[in-house]
Design a protein around this ligand. Structure first.
Ligand SMILES: [Zn+2]
Ligand SMILES: [Zn+2]
Ligand SMILES: [Zn+2]
Length: 272
């Protein structure tokens, strides 16, 4: 299984859109892995996770033909994860070859509401399927289970368990320390994950509400380990970083290494 990180920043990007703080200035100077766009990932080149404002840019930087993508699972409707206004350009005069694939968004009820707000969207080209929490659902070549996230309480925010050919990815963006209900559900499955991607918005700072930093991600990782959900050989990554939390990519790597985590960057592919 392959996870490609397309965007690895928190909501405002890093460098942040309008920010002149030392961390953003440094990211602008250094470039490369220090430049992080809004949150999106691709599994096995087929299944998109989220559709943020930077989706079009990701399609160019990672060479993804969006017309070929059939399924998108959505975590929640913060704009750094779901900003689907480009769907207005899927059809009629804006895109040729209308025999192209229909794109279906899978997620909570707020996703459906947001899709209903897109002007000029051609409904035959864009589908929606409600994903109930804690119910394994077949999506293309994957079995996907939406899990309740500790995040954005005015909707059912999700994190995901994604399974293909007995490989398991636990994608934990965005969330604070997981609810006991979610941990118990995973423990009850009696399975372990091959890759876990932890929210690390706070980076080296503690981040108590809605997100995690290194400290909370490490605590959660230990808790999952004690329940057998993480094995000694499980790949553990941190991702979704805020400019408030650290100097640069190198610092993040140094801190992450102490705790046994790998650090995401835009266009990193991890095979597991
Ligand atoms: Zn986010
Ligand atoms: Zn900044
Ligand atoms: Zn969010």
């Amino acid at each position: 299984m392959k996870l490609t990180y397309l965007g690895t920043a928190a909501a405002e990007g890093w460098p942040a859109v309008f920010c002149e703080c030392p961390n953003c200035k440094r990211a602008r100077e250094l470039g490369g892995k220090n430049v992080r766009t809004r949150s999106q990932a691709l599994v096995d080149g087929e299944l998109l996770i989220d559709f943020p404002v930077d989706t079009y840019y990701h399609s160019l930087s990672a060479g993804i033909e969006l017309s070929k993508i059939e399924d998108v699972i959505v975590t929640h409707t913060h704009p750094d994860h779901f900003s689907p206004y480009d769907l207005a350009y899927k059809g009629e005069v804006y895109s040729a070859r209308l025999e192209q694939k229909k794109i279906t968004f899978h997620g909570n009820a707020a996703v459906k509401k947001r899709l209903g707000e897109i002007p000029y969207m051609i409904e035959e080209n864009v589908g929606y399927e409600y994903l109930p929490p804690f119910v394994p659902t077949r999506i293309g070549n994957f079995e996907v289970t939406a899990l309740k996230a500790n995040h954005k309480r005015d909707e059912d925010a999700y994190v995901y368990l994604i399974v293909r050919d007995k490989k398991r990815l636990l994608y934990l963006h965005d969330t604070g320390y997981l609810y006991p209900q979610t941990i118990e559900y995973l423990e009850g499955l009696g399975i372990s994950a091959d890759l876990v991607s932890f929210d690390c918005t706070g980076c080296v700072k503690r981040w108590i509400k809605n997100h995690m930093g290194f400290y909370e991600a490490f605590a959660l990782s230990r808790a999952l380990e004690l329940r057998g959900i993480i094995r000694p050989d499980t790949v553990k990554m941190v991702n979704h970083f805020s400019h408030n939390g650290a100097w640069d990519h190198e610092t993040l790597c140094r801190e992450a290494d102490k705790l046994g985590f790998g650090v995401s960057y835009d266009n990193l592919t991890v095979e597991f």
